[in-house]
Design a protein around this ligand. Structure first.
Ligand code: G6P
Length: 615
């Protein structure tokens, strides 16, 4: 959470940093700030609110430019989102300025100590403590900024990606990371620093991703010097060429990123299996699996750890892995798993699913499982992300950047990758026949076109959204492979429209949620033909007899549910195990339209952030 960005070079820093903050706003958006160096002094401006509010403020406040600047967009952890707690933060002398993504856990003890030495604090943040600690080291030990940052960081406990500038040394930015991502864009005599590459992709494709525990001094005209924070060892930085392009991170004519990303799903799913699956030849190639096939196929148990939407993809994967590869699977919330002394052995394989590849709890869960000898496999979208580097092997989803905070294409591409993995393992273990394997591949190959067909129902779904937009509660029901889809549908509605929604396995409804049903309650039921159809039809009847309003997602041509339901949304026929890739789409669109109709900020829902790098 929180996005940081910085620039040092020959351009005006202001537009670069401001646009960078707009691109990073998905990481947090409760306050924003910027500091620029104009050859004489640091000019700082910050405000509660979004980057647009900062821009409005800056137009009045900042009269100068300069070609060094750092900025921040915040998701509050310590201290309310207000002007004072916004970043950047000055040190007491006013010479140092910092932006920080992460949490300094021992900030209280450090603050007390600094207070005894006369330091004053104006905000409630841990970050202001860190910048003063750096200043204190400079004063006490008479060292340069880079060294002072290093010594100070070695006294901290917690997580950080930071950028620090010193008014007395206006030709450098010092950055460091532990637990929060940090990329350095390397241009011609200019450098960019940012939480991800989106702020600098229009200027350069060359990037250095700092590893955890590394820091860098980025000097105008002199390059980048990377070293280990702990032992001071110099590191030869690896400059990576990025494949990202600007178009991928812009809205491309859509009103919201979320809608664009929903519509990108046919291609995103194709991109996920392109180069990996040759459906007609019966080939699935996945380097991460191929290179470790015995280790993974012989696992006594697969543990899936994830959070949010990725956790729902994990639940779908549980059904798929057990069905095809016959390996027992447990799906865990990473945040619970890491703190409950789990029983893990060397025979376990842990699969971490994460769009961002940065989620702190998921990262911690992997570290824990690795310590106990498990083999760690990552399913991430962001290339080069922390989780993709921490795991022993992995498979990227290749969905392209997902910017809308509510996850859409990440979910369907995660399911696609996990299906390929299960098929590959099933084939290798002999738990599925060649015919079943081939059939799955061919069916998977038809999914992008079928998703396209579901998207054509958009206007119909919008009309349904209009009828139910004022509902106070919603229930989502599904069974089997579509139970996790019900959870995901409910999550989407909660996240962006703030309507209370719950997902349930359809049969469990009678153990509680049925008490909620009355004529005010819309119930969204996934009732595809192959998935326990008759049972779900009975559940629908139970709802109808209590006057609930039924919106059913059904297989094309369905008559029975159509007669019972108030509204139906059709999806093309498919194998049941692949149906989540289709049934999810109308639920995404339904939430999207309701949120838009209610005037909510779809791409940046309140209190949420895309990348949760704090516990
Ligand atoms: C946040 C996002 C969700 C996401 C979850 C896990 O809560 O708002 O959309 O599903 O984090 O993120 P990850 O990047 O690990 O998939």
């Amino acid at each position: 959470m929180c996005g940081i960005v910085g620039y040092i070079g020959h351009r005006d820093a202001y537009p670069v940093v401001l646009k960078g903050l707009q691109r990073l706003e998905y990481r947090g958006y409760d306050s924003a700030g910027i500091v620029l160096y104009d050859d004489k002094d640091l000019k700082l401006s910050k405000t509660k609110g979004k980057v647009a509010d900062l821009k409005a403020k800056l137009e009045q406040e900042i009269s100068t430019n300069g070609n060094l600047g750092i900025g921040h967009t915040r998701w509050a952890t310590h201290g309310q989102p207000n002007d004072v707690n916004s970043h950047p933060h000055y040190s007491n002398s006013g010479d140092l300025v910092i932006v920080h993504n992460g949490i300094i856990e021992n900030y209280d003890a450090l603050k007390k100590e600094l207070k005894t030495r006369g330091y004053k604090f104006h905000s409630d943040t841990d970050t202001e403590v860190l910048v003063n600690l750096i200043e204190d080291v400079q004063v006490q030990e008479g060292v340069k900024l880079g060294k002072a940052v290093q010594i100070a960081l070695n006294q901290t406990v917690g997580a950080y990606a930071i950028a620090v500038v010193d008014k007395k040394k206006p030709n450098e930015i010092v950055v460091a990371r532990l637990g929060s991502p940090l990329a350095i864009g390397v241009g011609e005599d200019e450098y960019f620093v940012a939480s991800d590459a989106s702020p600098f992709i229009e200027f350069t494709n060359n990037a250095i991703y700092l590893e955890d525990g590394e820091m860098a001094v980025v000097r105008r005209g002199k390059g980048v010097k990377v070293r280990k924070i702990k032992d001071d060892a110099l590191v030869d930085p690896y400059v990576q060429e990025l494949q990202l392009n600007l178009e991928q991170i812009e809205k491309g004519g859509y009103e919201h990123f979320m809608l664009k990303e929903i519509y990108e799903q046919p291609n995103a799913i194709k991109d996920t299996y392109r180069g990996r699956m040759l459906a007609n030849k019966g080939i699935v190639k996945m380097a991460g699996i191929d290179d470790n096939i015995d280790r993974i196929a012989n696992a006594k148990r697969i543990l899936i750890v994830a959070c949010g939407t990725s956790w729902h993809a994990g639940l779908v994967a549980e059904y798929i892995f057990e069905d095809l590869a016959r390996i027992p699977v447990e799906v865990e919330y990473a945040s619970e798993f890491r703190y409950r002394n789990p029983i893990i052995s060397e025979n376990d394989v842990i699969i971490a699913i994460s769009q961002s590849g940065e989620t702190a709890d998921t990262m911690a869960a992997i570290k824990l499982a690795k310590e106990k000898g498990a083999f760690a496999f990552g399913v991430c979208n962001v290339v080069g992300s922390s989780i993709s580097r921490e795991t022993d092997a992995g498979a990227y989803t290749h969905a392209g950047p997902e910017i809308g905070v509510a996850s859409t294409k990440a979910f369907t591409t995660q399911i696609t990758v996990l299906t390929l993995m299960a098929l590959k393992l099933g084939k290798y273990k002999g738990t599925i026949s060649n015919t079943t394997f081939m059939y799955h591949l061919q069916e998977l190959n038809t999914i992008p076109d079928k998703v396209e067909m579901v998207l054509q129902n958009n206007e119909h779904i919008k009309a349904i959204a209009d009828i139910y937009k004022n509902a106070r509660n919603c229930l989502y029901l599904g069974r089997g492979f579509n139970f996790p889809v019900a959870l995901e549908g409910a999550l989407k509605l909660k996240e962006i429209s703030y309507i209370h929604a719950e997902g349930y396995p359809a049969a469990e409804m009678k153990h509680g949620p049925i008490a909620l049903i009355d004529e005010q309650m819309p119930v969204i039921v996934i009732a595809t033909r192959k998935g326990h159809y008759e049972k779900v039809v009975s559940n629908i009847q139970e709802i109808k007899s209590r006057k609930g309003q039924i919106i059913a997602v059904v297989t094309e041509g369905d008559e029975e549910v159509r007669d019972l339901a108030d509204h139906v949304i059709e999806v093309p026929e498919s194998m049941e195990s692949l149906s989540p890739l289709l049934t999810t789409i109308p639920l995404q669109l339904l939430s999207y339209h309701i949120a838009v109709m209610l005037g909510k900020n779809v791409d940046q829902p309140r209190n949420l952030a895309k990348s949760v790098t704090v516990e």
